[in-house]
Write a protein that binds this ligand. Structure first.
Ligand SMILES: [Zn+2]
Length: 304
């Protein structure tokens, strides 16, 4: 009776032990054998992509692993999911958006600055050639005026009775008066160009200052966000698996961030090859696996 009791207690203990470890018993299956069911959890619209687009990017990321294997490794199954994929918007994506906006504004301002600079060079040329014309005419005028003054002096010191000489002096005076009027018009044109140039210089300087300021802001924000910006994280605890994506700068980058984290979900670790999907910084632009990735995948899935 006591022995039977002991057996029953032992069986109960074994059953309790098995069931208390139930999740880890059922979770044990060989990698790549069965596809991982995933769903989308948090989806923040501030990333500026639609749910539909996100799913299609996910399909693209899946295919990067599935194509070389020729089988399903991931299945979108919201009703029966082992892996939740979250799109979480925080300061990291905000920083990326801010940087991209500043960079756009910088490009526009640079183009505007160049256009104004070309205009400035054109005006400066126009001013220089008109100034040459003006200077030549001023010196001609001075010579003529000097000659006229000596003719007047001669007249004053002479008999002052020659009609012919008097008319000659009057003609010289009238011609000088016309010269003065024409020089005044030229002066007006020169002043217009100068004020145009000054306005342009003011605008150019303001634009240059704001460009420098924006470059500074860009560099400050860029420096403050640091270098190890991988865009996503995979975590698994007590049978609950999550992928959090928090930063991407383009659709192609999002594909890579997701593919990298899906690789972790498959059971892959980081590889020491900069061109690989599983490189810890995930900094390549390729949309397919590297040889190193393929080798790691084949080893994981026990393919010869
Ligand atoms: Zn990683």
């Amino acid at each position: 009776m006591d022995f039977k009791k002991a057996i029953i207690i032992l069986i109960v203990l074994v059953v309790v032990f098995i069931f208390s470890n139930y999740p880890s018993f059922t979770k044990i299956s060989f990698a790549c054998e069965e596809p991982i069911n995933y769903s989308v959890g948090v989806f923040d619209k501030r990333f500026g992509i639609s749910y539909k687009t996100f799913l299609s990017v996910l399909t693209q990321a899946e295919a990067i692993w599935e194509k070389p294997m020729g089988k399903e490794l991931f299945v979108y199954a919201p009703e029966n999911s082992d892996l939740t994929i979250n799109l979480i918007y925080d300061s990291r994506q905000e920083t990326t958006s801010t940087l991209s906006n500043i960079s756009d504004v910088l490009e526009e301002n640079k183009a505007a600055y160049k256009t104004l600079q070309i205009k400035y060079i054109g005006l400066k040329k126009e001013y220089d050639s008109l100034k040459d014309v003006y200077d030549t005419r001023v010196s001609t005028f001075n010579e003529k005026n000097f000659l006229y003054q000596s003719h007047v002096d001669n007249w004053n010191s002479g008999k002052r009775n020659s009609r012919e000489l008097f008319d000659q002096l009057e003609r010289e005076r009238t011609a000088l008066e016309i010269d003065v009027e024409e020089l005044k018009i030229l002066e007006g044109e020169l002043n217009d160009i100068v004020s145009g140039i000054n306005t342009l210089v003011g605008t150019l300087n303001r634009l240059a200052r704001s460009l420098n300021l924006k470059v500074d802001t860009y560099n400050t924000i860029g420096a403050s966000r640091g270098e190890t910006f991988t865009g996503g994280i995979y975590h698994s605890a007590e049978g609950v698996q999550d992928i959090d994506v928090y930063e991407f700068s383009s659709r192609d980058k999002l594909v890579r961030v997701l593919a990298h984290e899906l690789g972790h979900a498959l059971g892959l670790a980081h590889v020491d090859d900069k061109d690989s999907m599983m490189y810890h910084l995930n900094e390549s632009d390729a949309q397919s696996l590297s040889k190193t990735d393929l080798m790691a995948l084949r080893t994981l899935c026990r393919i010869k």
